[in-house]
Design a protein around this ligand. Structure first.
Ligand code: ASP
Length: 323
């Protein structure tokens, strides 16, 4: 009897605040839902590396690709809720996938708990240098005249680049063929090589290639111009108001992860985004950095749910069919 209650006490001690204080005692796996070299992977590496310093443990990046991040979020939802497996995602993986994929083996909003909101960036309308259009109006005319020849890259149905393509096509009346990739890192390489002709891609992924003259940018999907690329007009300025998409990122853990551990991870993420070097790197890629208040788990959870409510009718109207 005594032995049993001693064991019970030990179990309480191991799961309670004392255990959380010791956390982390081993490396933390960070699941990334897209291919290495793309924008989500880049965010994971920049922020994860700084968080790992803060926590005194290594971060192991696990790229789990496929179905626009829904396989990765399933793996995260079913991982042990002990703080040693966390995941990064964005508007696509953690909102839109819950609307378009009907057979997920997890509940996107309830089986994952928010750790911290991470930066947001707009999308850029970019094409290969072979596309003969000087501005967005010419590009739209070109896409309409060459609908059967042009293809565009996305990171799968529900990804950020797919949401961008949906918004772009809805406003401009274009309808080019979409080619799914395991991430927009590989897709932008094919854009440079003109294997595909267009992408509506996160600025953090495309902007370095635009600056290097390897691809061409026509518009940014934010309300205001991006301070990282002040020469690129907004879609509204370029003649097509209504293409407004900003892709925010975040960190989540499996439901049941102790709140003390979530708080520890949140504090590490907040510290990472206060680091001037990290801020400079991210801002140079067109990322807007959330305030520490916006980054809090409860505020971020409320934001995610508000985004779900905002995007549900838009995505349902777009009638995306997932095979
Ligand atoms: N975030 C990108 C997208 O959803 C994919 C990636 O990170 O590679 O389009």
């Amino acid at each position: 009897m005594l032995r049993r209650s001693a064991l019970a006490l030990l179990a309480v001690a191991l799961s309670g605040p004392a255990f959380a204080q010791a956390y982390p005692t081993k490396p933390i796996t960070l699941i990334v839902p897209f291919a290495a070299g793309g924008p989500t992977d880049l965010m994971a590496r920049i922020v994860g590396e700084r968080m790992s310093k803060e926590l005194g443990q290594q971060f192991i990046i696990d790229n789990v690709t496929g179905a626009a991040g829904s396989i990765a979020m399933g793996k995260l939802a079913h991982a042990a809720p002990d703080g040693y497996t966390i995941g990064i995602g964005h508007l696509g993986t953690n909102v839109v996938n819950g609307i378009i994929y009907k057979n997920l083996n997890y509940d996107l909003l309830n089986d994952l708990v928010p750790i911290a909101r991470l930066p947001s960036n707009p999308l850029l309308v970019v094409t290969s240098n072979q596309v003969p259009a000087k501005d967005l109006k010419e590009l739209v005319a070109y896409l309409k005249a060459n609908a059967d020849k042009v293809s565009g890259g996305t990171a799968g149905l529900g990804s950020a680049s797919h949401i961008g393509a949906l918004a772009f096509n809805a406003v401009t009346g274009t309808n080019y063929q979409l080619v799914p990739y395991r991430g927009t890192g590989p897709a932008v390489q094919d854009l440079i090589a003109n294997q595909i002709q267009i992408m509506i891609d996160q600025s953090s992924n495309s902007l370095p290639h635009v600056r290097a003259g390897k691809i061409r940018a026509y518009a940014v999907t934010s309300k205001e111009r991006s301070t990282a690329a002040p020469d690129i007009p907004t879609a509204a300025e370029a003649g097509f108001p209504g293409i407004e998409v900003v892709i925010w990122h975040g960190l989540w853990a499996p439901k049941g992860t102790p709140p003390e551990i979530i708080a520890r991870l949140n504090a590490a993420a907040v510290a990472a985004l206060q680091d001037p070097e990290i801020r400079r790197k991210l801002e140079d890629l067109g990322q807007d950095i959330p305030t520490p208040e916006q980054m809090q788990p409860a505020a971020f959870g409320a934001f995610q749910r508000a985004e779900f409510a905002k995007w549900k009718p838009i995505i349902e109207k777009a009638n995306v069919k997932v095979e």
